[in-house]
Design a protein around this ligand. Structure first.
Ligand SMILES: Nc1nc2c(ncn2[C@@H]2O[C@H](COP(=O)(O)OP(=O)(O)OP(=O)(O)O)[C@@H](O)[C@H]2O)c(=O)[nH]1
Ligand SMILES: [Mg+2]
Length: 313
């Protein structure tokens, strides 16, 4: 199994479609988030079959980061416990991007936290869209990535390579991971071996700290609105607007609290329980896809399998 990650519009789904040689996952636009949940795509590569996961990006406009991390954590906990081999992560970045956006930084940081330093040698940092930029400008961007944003990962064994937007290039990128030893990610060790709740894993605590900062900002804003309410006590028009803002801020605070709470789940043991009960039940999906190996079949319970993709099996 291989995970494909990167910022919204980086070209994760495009890469997977090129690799599969047909449209198996939906592509979006450069700006808006398209892939909303993890999809598991089985792809034939020569004599071997691999599972490619189209991973939704963090800092998404629709779903909370905590929700996305839970989904990734469930999939990775299931894959590890089912004994499906993981070869690594492909992180895609558009070489055309002039600046490394806050979103791209967050996605990169999450890749690092999910992997842990010891697994960074199984990360491929892939630049795409070379045809859309003069070669010398691309080379400058590439140097900046290598010396700056990606230096930490490269020092710990991550490799850089270029994706030339076609099937052959996608195959050559993926084959660089396939020759590597299989890997267990830091997140998997923390969730499954150490039985930590998600908020105590590196990736979860990173998001938890973010939420803590947001909560403090909302609380400060609420306190300032309380003061304004006292000042304008007898003046109805501004009071109404302040009350409206107060409720909006209160809602945001509640959402951040709910997200923090959702990160407290013991994903590793929850998934183990689900796998055990699915084994007992011999799930409906298992019967529908009886020709798919059992472990992959089970993994399908934790994510969506695009229907066209199963033609490949
Ligand atoms: N020509 C060309 N178009 C690309 C390439 N990569 C992505 N695109 C286009 O860029 C748009 C965004 O690509 P997607 O593959 O949907 O991006 P994504 O990373 O899956 O984005 P999300 O699912 O939103 O996170 C789509 O219209 C793709 O067809 C590429 O290498 N070459
Ligand atoms: Mg996508």
């Amino acid at each position: 199994m291989i995970l494909i990650m990167g910022v919204a519009g980086a070209g994760k789904s495009y890469f997977i479609n090129q690799l599969a040689g047909k449209q198996v996952v939906e592509e979006g636009t450069d700006l808006e988030t398209c892939t909303q949940s993890c999809s598991l795509v089985p792809v034939d590569i020569g004599p071997s079959q691999i599972l490619v996961v189209d991973v939704p990006d963090f800092d998404d406009t629709i779903r909370a980061d905590s929700e996305i991390l839970q989904e990734i954590a469930r999939l990775l906990a299931a894959q590890y416990q089912l004994g499906v081999n993981l070869k690594g992560i492909i992180y895609i970045h558009r070489i055309t991007d002039k600046r490394y956006s806050a979103s791209a930084l967050k996605n990169l940081e999450m890749v690092k936290k999910i992997c842990g330093d010891a697994a960074l040698k199984n990360v491929l940092l892939v630049t795409s869209r070379w045809a859309e930029i003069p070669e010398d400008v691309g080379l400058n961007h590439e140097r900046e990535l290598k010396e700056n944003f990606w230096a930490y990962m490269i020092a710990r064994g991550s490799n850089m390579c270029r994706f030339r937007s076609d099937r052959n290039s996608a195959l050559s990128v993926v084959s660089q991971l396939l020759v590597k030893d299989t890997i267990v990610l830091g997140l998997q060790r923390q969730l499954v071996d150490q039985e930590k709740p998600l908020n105590e894993t590196e990736a979860g605590s990173y998001l938890n700290d973010d939420l803590e900062r947001l909560k403090m900002a909302y609380q400060l804003e609420l306190a300032s609105l309380d003061k304004k309410l006292e000042i304008f006590e007898s003046d109805r028009a501004p009071t109404r607007q302040i009350q409206h803002d107060w409720h909006k801020e209160q809602d945001r605070l509640k959402q951040a609290q709910d997200q923090q709470q959702s990160l407290q789940r013991h994903v590793g043991s929850e998934v183990r329980g689900e796998i055990d009960s699915a084994k007992r039940r011999k799930s409906a999906l298992g019967q529908a896809l009886a020709f798919v190996p059992a472990a992959i079949n089970m993994l399908g319970l934790f994510v969506g399998i695009p229907s066209i993709a199963t033609d490949n099996l």
